[in-house]
Design a binder for this molecule. Structure first.
Ligand code: ADP
Ligand code: MG
Length: 444
């Protein structure tokens, strides 16, 4: 069994270029293969995410080749963090838990140079560049929002890399942290009574870059703490950049005072890329990875793969892995063979109408009942479920959902969504019903 682990590393050494191998493959350990699972030890969480994003398709392809079956990969992160926490519990310990402010946390590949600009992301790119050139002076705070895999984290790293490269800011004065890490740091600091340290560390920053701020929605204490950090930095003209998967007003359970702070600065959106931008991104990626990518293949991938750049890049890596494995050049036939099933699986876009129809059907109501204002219980609940599903299954804004439901305001929609969220938590049957409806809508 361990043979698989040895073999995969030696295969990787043949496929992955030397630099990448040294940086990303050597430090990881394929621990064990059993029950169609391969356990991989990685040095830290950042590393793990990078591997998942950039190498997992290749690992899976190789493992499938070696074992003849689909293999799941499980990552284990080395437990240095735990050791440090234990140090802290010793009363007189002087060890401080490091906050993730280190310059090496910026992904060296995510720069402005490697970011392909098209009409969908032009504005966000320009705003980030302006901020990187003039931190704290032009757009503060800068709020970048957009769907999954559209380049938010890339741009945030771009700012960080730029600032460090041109030396305008000391590495110890930039903090790049995900909202989830911020929350975890906060919890730890509360637990070990280190709140003063926590506050001081953030507040002495010149630039604070927070990724995926939507994560703190619903977390009151984190929001309060972030609010104070925000004010302290803002009052001193320190640059704050946050990213989110939603527009501030569309983040549910988000404090009003934070929302309005974000609106003080500049809000820039990233839209899904158009076909030409997708092709340009593929070409750039191929160039960076030394992959020969014929244009018909680039167009084939760009046309057929959903609007998520991460998935698009993954498809290129997968294709290139297959080509290396079988020692054939990348061509349109290979692309169709390798990507065929993924492309077929591509889901049809779910529309608000589809949801209304399914929900009305299920409860034997008319669609107009769902849209109207009649307040009888037998209609209210289905209506709330429909609103909840509209929010969950589509990217429509609260405003457009409100319009669909006969012109209701966004507070009504939020209220309904929360209601169903709460019900799901306490009533098993509601959860099951919603799930059943979801499956039905997805399969229509
Ligand atoms: P998000 O944070 O918005 O979910 P990421 O920043 O992680 O998305 O981007 C996903 C992947 O797509 C990354 O590998 C990133 O480099 C790449 N990517 C996204 N947009 C672009 C672009 N315009 N040009 C080049 N690469 C891009
Ligand atoms: Mg991201």
């Amino acid at each position: 069994m361990d043979e698989i682990c040895t073999q995969i590393k030696s295969k990787l050494s043949l496929i992955v270029n030397e630099d990448n191998f040294k940086t990303w493959i050597e430090p990881i350990k394929f621990l064990e293969y059993r029950d169609c699972k391969c356990f991989v030890l990685v040095p830290n969480a950042f590393f793990r995410d990078w591997i998942i994003e950039n190498f997992e398709p290749l690992f899976r392809a190789l493992l499938k080749d070696l074992t003849g079956t689909e293999v799941k990969i499980e990552y284990l992160v080395k437990k240095e963090e735990k050791a440090k926490k234990q140090d802290l519990t010793k009363k007189d310990s002087t060890v401080k838990r490091p906050i993730s402010v280190h310059s090496d946390l910026f992904n060296p590949k995510y720069t402005f140079e490697s970011f392909v600009v098209g009409s969908s992301n032009q504005f966000a790119n320009a705003a980030c560049l302006a901020v990187a050139n003039n931190p704290g002076k032009v757009y503060n705070p800068l709020f970048v929002y957009g769907g999954v895999g559209l380049g938010k984290t890339h741009l945030l790293n771009g700012i960080g890399n730029f600032l460090l490269k041109n030396g305008s800011i000391r590495p110890t004065r930039i903090c790049f942290i995900t909202a989830e890490e911020f929350t975890n740091e906060l919890i730890n600091s509360l637990r070990y009574e280190k709140m003063d340290d926590f506050r001081n560390r953030f507040r002495k920053m010149d630039v604070l870059l927070i990724d995926d701020i939507q994560f703190i929605a619903g977390k009151e204490r984190t929001q309060a703490e972030f609010f104070h950090t925000f004010n302290a930095l803002y009052d001193n003209a320190k640059q704050i950049v946050v990213t989110s998967d939603k527009f501030p007003r569309d983040i549910i359970n988000f404090e009003e005072r934070l929302r309005s702070r974000f609106e003080w600065g500049l809000i820039a959106d990233i839209q899904p890329p158009d076909l030409e931008t997708k092709v340009a991104i593929l070409n750039k990626k191929a160039e960076l990875e030394n992959i020969h990518l014929p244009q018909d293949v680039a167009f084939y991938l760009a046309t057929n793969i959903e609007d998520n750049v991460r998935v698009l890049e993954g498809s290129l890596i997968r294709l290139s892995a297959f080509a290396s494995l079988h020692n054939v050049p990348i061509g349109i036939d290979l692309a169709k063979e390798v990507m065929g099933h993924i492309i077929k699986e591509k889901r049809k876009e779910i529309t608000l109408d589809m949801i209304l129809k399914e929900v009305a059907n299920h409860f034997s109501l008319k669609i107009t009942d769902l849209k109207a204002n009649r307040r009888v219980k037998s209609i209210i609940v289905p209506r709330q479920i429909a609103m909840y599903l509209c929010r969950k299954l589509t990217s429509s804004s609260l405003v457009s959902i409100g319009e669909k439901f006969g012109g209701k305001d966004h507070a009504t929609i939020i209220h309904s969504i929360r209601k169903i969220e709460d019900e799901i938590k306490v009533k098993k049957e509601v959860g099951e019903l919603v799930e059943k409806l979801e499956d039905k809508i997805k399969s229509t």
